[in-house]
Design a binder for this molecule. Structure first.
Ligand SMILES: NC(=O)c1ccc[n+]([C@@H]2O[C@H](COP(=O)([O-])OP(=O)(O)OC[C@H]3O[C@@H](n4cnc5c(N)ncnc54)[C@H](O)[C@@H]3O)[C@@H](O)[C@H]2O)c1
Length: 322
């Protein structure tokens, strides 16, 4: 399965494998707005029309949207068929293709329906990135930054020196540590009862920004850019509640603002609470955030008072518009 862009840019080199000679091809429209039940239903109908039986294998060749949809469809079609992820965006290589989270958005709320379901394999070939736009590459890098911040201070030291994310000697040296961090965490805690929650750093506010921006006609935030903005507010909360050191806060914020500060969002803040209140990490109506004690050191889940969350949102806006 591809989307319209990966069919054009990635499929031609991929189908050179002779094993794929008799494979069928499913193509979905590209983009986050396609991450719906309707698309999953269309994929399942296409599998049925292709005569796919329970021994069928679905190969998801694309970014996180393709692997989230394809993984979900494969997991429910005929009560589950095998699937493989072949990620073609940086976001999917370092994050979305690994760890077995699949699903779609519901009523504009991010990933509200889905399954934990692991692919049989993930094949990462960074050559696919040659056709990826700078915007998408840059957005995907936000998850690299998140992995460094939650799990590896040395990795952070390396990436924090970069002025142009695309201008690295060997992108595999950036991808591999991220894959290792994500894999280590998800292997230990597949169903997110403990350490896996750390991967949600930046995502409580990030998903609210993203969901809210999905309602806009223009200026929609890419997932990674929304996460970068989310990390700003969640670092603020980390310094207030989890002892994140003030000097490091300044350093990390400067870096995030330098690289993501231009994504000033035209988002109606009163709408954010609607999405924050439907976040999957909430408990007993309290909005949950995974916060950091230091760079590379997680502090666990926190449930701040609404007033402090509003301050974090206001703080984010203020440093972006400074
Ligand atoms: N399941 C998870 O654990 C997980 C983790 C992170 C993100 N996600 C999800 O992933 C999605 C974002 O993924 P994404 O950033 O990969 O977005 P995406 O899949 O929408 O891809 C971005 C754009 O790049 C195009 N594209 C993909 N590969 C290309 C290539 N090699 N050359 C040219 N164009 C290419 C796509 O067609 C699309 O237009 C979000 O829905 C997010 O929620 C899931």
């Amino acid at each position: 399965m591809c989307d319209e862009n990966t069919e054009k840019h990635c499929l031609p080199s991929f189908i050179e494998f002779s094993e794929l000679e008799s494979a069928g091809l499913l193509i979905i429209n590209a983009g986050e707005t396609e991450k719906t039940f309707d698309t999953v239903s269309d994929v399942c109908k296409s599998l049925l029309a292709e005569g796919a039986d329970r021994k069928a294998l679905l190969i998801n060749l694309g970014g996180g949207v393709v692997s989230d949809i394809g993984g979900f469809a494969a997991s429910i079609y005929k009560r589950g068929i095998d699937f493989i992820n072949v990620p073609t965006t940086l976001m999917a290589m370092v994050d979305a293709s690994i760890g077995g989270k699949t699903g779609v958005n519901l009523s504009g709320s991010k990933n509200s329906v889905g399954l934990f379901s692991s692919p049989q394999a993930v094949f990462i070939d960074s050559d696919f990135l040659s056709t990826l736009s700078d915007e998408e590459f840059h957005a995907g890098f936000a998850e690299v930054i998140k992995h460094a911040l939650i799990g590896d201070a040395e990795y952070w030291n390396t990436i924090s020196q970069l002025t142009d994310f695309r201008d690295v000697d060997d992108i595999d040296d950036i991808i591999l540590p991220s894959v290792e961090i994500k894999k280590l965490i998800t292997d230990e805690d597949f169903k997110e009862s403990g350490i896996r929650k750390s991967l949600n750093f930046g995502h409580t506010l990030g998903h609210a920004y993203e969901s809210s921006s999905m309602k806009l006609q223009t200026n929609k935030l890419l997932h990674g850019n929304a996460v970068a903005l989310g990390m700003i507010g969640e670092l603020f909360l980390s310094s207030k509640l989890a002892g994140f050191p003030t000097d490091k806060l300044t350093t990390v914020l400067d870096f995030l603002v330098l690289h993501y500060g231009k994504f000033i969002y035209s988002i109606n803040e009163s709408e954010l609470s609607e999405f924050l209140l439907s976040d999957k990490k909430n408990e007993n109506g309290k909005i949950g955030f995974y916060l950091l004690h230091d760079i590379g050191v997680g502090a666990g889940m926190f449930f701040p008072e609404p007033q402090l969350i509003e301050e974090a949102v206001a703080f984010t806006k203020s440093i972006l518009t400074e």
